[in-house]
Write a new protein. Structure first.
Length: 751
């Protein structure tokens, strides 16, 4: 939202109240409260008839500083509020004649006390991260609308780039963009997003979380090109400055604050196949798909039933359509006997024709209007209501309906929707602010479903396929990118969005392989299969047509088969990366700048990514098979072609459908499994340890886990001249060691 007209002028309808100078401060425990009047005070009379901003600094954990800017503290400040972890950091508050220093860990906020010199500098040691100063922190009144806003503007450095703000399909570097936090169902081809997260990170190594679940507006070098502005309606604005010193550690610190992602089960990393959305299907159809995959030796691990497993007009009744699936329990058993897991589509809406509508209405489980009526709409389902998850009884009621499906044999849920949440004339059970609840609703929705799965299936066995999210939603994996189209541009925008989302610690992310809308050409489908199987989670899904490969061409079957088996073989490596994501909050699919913060070329890359810390993936986005990709310093190794390539420069190559840049980072030990049919197996049994040390004196180490995430094998390697020394610490001795590269290197046991 813009408040100025150029640099000097304020818009006609706006009256600003800026923090102009320091007036006083108070300290209570670890909280520092600073008072900043709206004009320079030269005499006692100047203290009359002016406004003042109250700024509170606190620290929930080390290297995180919370800033709370308030105008009228008596104004109601309703939630929901993002759930944040509170530790007991050691905070130091120091005062001199000219400044106050508020320090948490190596991070400090320095308040300028000099007359007429308002400012707060945020430092990492002695290095400045950002600052707020002259005409930046403000309270704005709009005389035309009667609305009031709190505003902050943080400095941007000359070479600073901004990333994140949720799953955004717009350009990856956010500088120059206007970004509004408002969850909507808008597909993947616009600035509208399903997952708005008011958290951004900078290539300088810090991040900022705006602690407001409402419609926060960001102007990233777009109103003042030297500043990143964020604003929200009301009398108060809170934000956290999060400092990990580099982008990767900042993401880790952010997830420490807002929640680490749960560890999904190993089976969820395999291939998912769905019925697609509006297609006609019954058990004969779905069984034909499953048998068709088996006949073509394409490993399949999860089968998903989309909307029409329930009867039309009754979404959701959580009951199988008897006309289409007369014996669902028996059918699910037959599919389980084939080694499949089962997923079904759900959403938080209850159509009026559903028997559950009256039940929910009578018990007060549905969202209401201020006059006590149930809020209803004909958009999506006729007369539908929305479950009010702020009511614990409503959440338990919803969970009980899902438990019946779990008892029947369903293994997980696709938690679709959660974005179309009304704000006008709405009353929540717990009194939440409807505007803030609009974005926060999917957190409560997905939390309710995920906690049920953990309760019924056990911790480590719960997994969702969620579309919408809010701050903290990374705790309930996995998420997918929403409704893309079957084209290369849509495939590329989908990747951009996933990389943006990963900046908020969403570690497990997927997309509709082959595209959702329209039907892909065989060319696009095969390229998307490559990309999809080299994502953390992999699902074939569409809208009005099926996504089984033989409907495209027979070569598509061969391509899909190959990359499913490649992913299954990579599971010892991938699952260890998943465990690290769960423990450290570092996403599996991550942008290049996150892994190589010192390489300036990596800062703008959005058509390639790191899959874990050792594999670089550059999907093909052209029918010609050409791909241009960048390698950081070192000699890299293509796992599919066995070619080596020098880093520190760009490469342009052409690939057939059975290969692409899948590059192994120098200084890596890559564990490869003995199984290519399933993602869930004993990763340590028969594991092949691929050692890649192209440089003399190079060192590497890795770990292999079991399916519970416990480390059962530690491997160390170092190179001295033509000898590679390897040590394996494990009670399991069923492994092989293979040295990669053009040189003939001798392998010995490390002492």
């Amino acid at each position: 939202m813009k408040f100025t007209s150029g640099y000097w002028l304020i818009r006609r309808e706006i009256t600003p109240l800026y923090a102009v100078e320091y007036a006083d401060h108070r300290t209570e425990g670890n909280v520092l409260t600073v008072y900043a009047p709206g004009k320079q005070i030269e005499g006692r009379g100047d203290t009359l008839n002016i406004g003042m901003l109250t700024i509170c600094l606190s620290s929930p954990m080390e290297d995180v500083i919370k800033v709370s800017i308030r105008h009228f503290e008596g104004a109601a400040y309703r939630g929901p509020f993002a759930e944040v972890r509170q530790t007991d950091p050691q905070v130091q508050i120091e005062e001199t004649d000219t400044q106050i220093i508020y320090r948490s860990g190596r991070t400090s906020a320095v308040i300028d006390k000099r007359p007429g010199s308002w400012g707060i500098r945020f430092l990492d040691g002695e290095r400045e991260l950002t600052e707020t100063s002259y005409r930046n922190m403000a309270y704005m009144q709009n005389s035309d609308t009667g609305r009031n806003y709190m505003v902050e503007q943080l400095a941007l450095d000359v070479d600073e780039s901004i990333y994140g703000l949720g799953e955004r399909f717009t350009p990856f570097v956010k500088n120059g963009q206007v970004v509004d936090m408002w969850n909507e169902d808008g597909g993947t081809a616009s600035e509208i997003a399903y997952k708005n997260i008011p958290f951004y990170i900078s290539n300088k190594g810090y991040g900022v979380l705006v602690d407001n679940e409402g419609d926060v507006s960001f102007e990233i070098a777009s109103e003042k090109v030297e500043r990143l502005q964020f604003s929200a309606e009301g009398e108060r604005l809170d934000y956290y400055v999060i400092n990990g010193s580099d982008p990767k550690q900042t993401v880790s610190r952010y997830t420490e604050l807002t929640g680490k992602p749960a560890l999904p089960p190993a089976w969820s990393f395999g291939l998912w196949l769905t019925t697609s959305f509006t297609t006609n299907y019954d058990e004969e159809t779905t069984s034909g798909f499953i048998q068709g995959m088996a006949d073509r030796d394409i490993p399949l691990h999860v089968f998903h039933f989309d909307c029409y497993w329930m009867e039309a007009y009754e979404w959701c009744n959580f009951t199988w359509d008897a006309k289409t699936f007369p014996e669902p329990k028996e059918m699910l058993k037959r599919y389980h006997d084939r080694g499949l897991k089962i997923c079904v589509w759900i959403n938080p809406y209850i159509g009026q024709k559903s028997p559950l509508f009256r039940e929910g209405m009578e018990h007060g489980y549905l969202l209401k209007k201020s006059n006590g009526d149930v809020w209803q709409s004909d958009l999506w389902q006729a007369g539908m209501g929305i479950v009010d998850f702020t009511n614990p009884a409503a959440a338990a009621w919803y969970q009980e309906k899902l438990k019946t499906l779990l008892d029947m044999g369903v293994d997980c849920f696709k938690t679709d929707f959660g974005e179309r949440i009304p704000v006008k004339d709405i009353v929540y059970y717990d009194g939440s602010d409807p505007v803030k609840m609009h974005n926060y609703y999917p957190f409560l929705y997905n939390k309710a479903v995920f906690e049920l799965l953990e309760q019924e299936r056990g911790v480590g066995e719960a997994v969702l396929f969620a579309r919408s999210a809010a701050v903290g939603g990374q705790q309930f994996p996995a998420h997918w990118g929403g409704d893309c189209t079957a084209s290369y541009p849509s495939m590329a925008e989908t990747l951009r969005a996933g990389l943006s989302l990963s900046c908020a610690g969403f570690a497990f992310w997927s997309h509709d392989m082959g595209g959702f809308e329209n039907t892909a050409s065989a060319d696009v489908y095969k390229r998307w299969c490559q990309f999809g199987m080299l994502s953390s989670h992999s699902r074939l899904h569409g809208s009005g047509s099926y996504r089984v490969p033989w409907l495209f061409d027979e070569e598509a079957c061969d391509v899909l088969r190959k990359f499913v088996k490649v992913k299954c073989a990579l599971m010892p490596y991938l699952y260890r990366q998943a465990v690290r994501a769960h423990q450290e909050g570092i996403p599996m699919m991550r942008p290049m700048f996150l892994e190589f913060p010192g390489d300036r070329t990596c800062e703008t890359l959005d058509r390639q990514y790191m899959l874990g810390d050792s594999l670089l993936v550059a999907p093909v986005f052209k029918e010609s098979g050409e791909v241009e990709y960048y390698l950081p310093e070192g000699t890299w190794y293509n796992l599919l072609t066995e070619a080596q390539a020098e880093g520190g420069r760009w490469h342009k190559e052409r690939f057939d459908y059975f290969s692409l840049p899948l590059m192994l980072r120098p200084g890596t030990i890559l564990p490869v499994g003995a199984h290519t049919e399933r993602p869930d197996y004993a990763f340590y049994e028969g594991v092949k340890l691929l050692v890649y040390l192209p440089e003399d004196r190079g060192k590497a180490q890795t770990e292999v886990t079991d399916q519970s995430g416990n480390v059962v094998m530690r491997v160390y390697a170092e190179r001295e001249g033509s000898t590679v020394k390897v040590r394996v610490d494990s009670e399991y001795r069923d492994y092989q060691i293979q040295v990669l590269g053009k040189e003939a290197l001798r392998v010995t046991e490390m002492e």
